[in-house]
Ligand binder design. Sequence first.
Ligand code: AHR
Length: 526
Amino acid sequence: MTPRPFLARWASLALAACTMSLSTADSSQAAPAAPLLLTIATASPGPVIHRNVYGQFAEHLGTGIYGGLWVGPDSKIPNTRGWRNDAVAALKALQVPLVRWPGGCFADEYHWRDGIGPRAQRPVRLNKLWGGVEEPNAVGTHEFFDLVELIGAQAYVNGNLGSGTVQEMADWLEYLTSDSRSALAEERRRNGRDKPFPVTHFAVGNEAWGCGGHMSPETYAAQYRQYSTFLRAPNRPKLIASGGNDAQTVWTDVLAREIRFNIDAIAHHYYTFPSGKFHGKGASRGFGEDEWVSTLAHALALGGHIDANLKLLNQADPEKKIAFYIDEWGTWYDDDADFKHRGLLAQHNTQRDALVAALHFHLFHERAERVQMTNIAQMANVLQSMIQTEGERLVLTPTYHAFALYVPFQGATTLPVQLPGVPEVARGAHKVPAVSATAARTADGRLVLGLVNTDPRQAHAVQVALPAGAPARALGQQLVAPALDAENTLAQPEVVRPRPVQAQRRGNTLTLNLPPASVQVFTLEP
Ligand code: AHR
């Protein structure tokens, strides 16, 4: 089904009694008559939004690494020691705080020794889960750390529990972290790295309930206890237990009760399918308003799933020592014939994806005390990616732009918001609140406000009550699109891109106009 040209219809609505003074990219846009009142509890700050909430995930899958990020030093595509320069520049500009590697499911098939030493001598293996393709091992430990250092991110390494051994995992950690004269540290030096690699996070397996070994939570907990016992290091990274997914709570419950030490976080996975089902997920574009709303509703359902898990975590760990990470999240659509050449799990990335991302950010901010890291799946070409590449060309997706808008929230302190009377947008069996808001105070004292209008047809306006002495205006960036499934392509790379917006204060209020199907972030400038 072809989406309706909603912006054209919206512009013609010409709603009356508009009190706002927001200049948008399209000055013909009008706001509805009754703005929603937004109150920000500036005197009652909440927890800090950890930067790693905006983390990423890069797996050896399809062209997620090879082609999308790595082209090799001999490529005619401009690169730095093999990493494509355009991707590095885009990810650096995005201030990616952390990257998870090498999987995903691939992590439990990966043997780190295959990826060290001279590249020409590394063994070719089969990536058995992801298409059975040849894995050249050109990207290994040293290359991964070169990438994170190039983009200025922290490193999250996912160890192999499923098909590895305790010794293999313990050796990798020593190779990564030891500054001693041990044989493993010396081997690392011979391979070109004198100082230890700054690995900040390390996971013991992935999805042990599925591709990581089809274990029960009790079996995994026992395995985790054994493996983690031997993950000794002077500057040991945070250790992560791989938990459940979707609405499951049993993994959090069992892991939090049965792993009493050597654990810093439990990781949970959640993918958004338009249909809500893994089989028959829904298309990545060409959807109607019903699937627009069902997708956003399924994205928002993650909030309830996190809460159910946190309830159990709070019982088992009242001192809140164990964080709760969502180390895989994002949209996942039916396989797309258009992108077969890009390899597995490549999909269109549209304005809908930008809204899914922004709504997730809001959920994560609300739960920032325990949700201290998340990783969107994935960074390049795979699933809900930041960048899409074809040969030497690269496109920034709407999701990239959503991440860019929310950069000011990294490390900011949450401020509770109240937004009563938000209408619902209902289509078919699903409904979502028309407007979602989040606010925070940056380290340098600026107030930032993120707003999503989920309504595919209707503009909404939000009136922010400002304390006396508050800034006179808000400057922002707004993501709107000419269609619900608008995307950026090689031929038209700037269909969806942020545009500057601003709003002037009137008395003690600031009125912000939210176009249909939009994402915006405002900063109140002194
Ligand atoms: O991101 C794609 C896959 O989804 C990951 O490899 C796996 O962990 C999850 O099931």
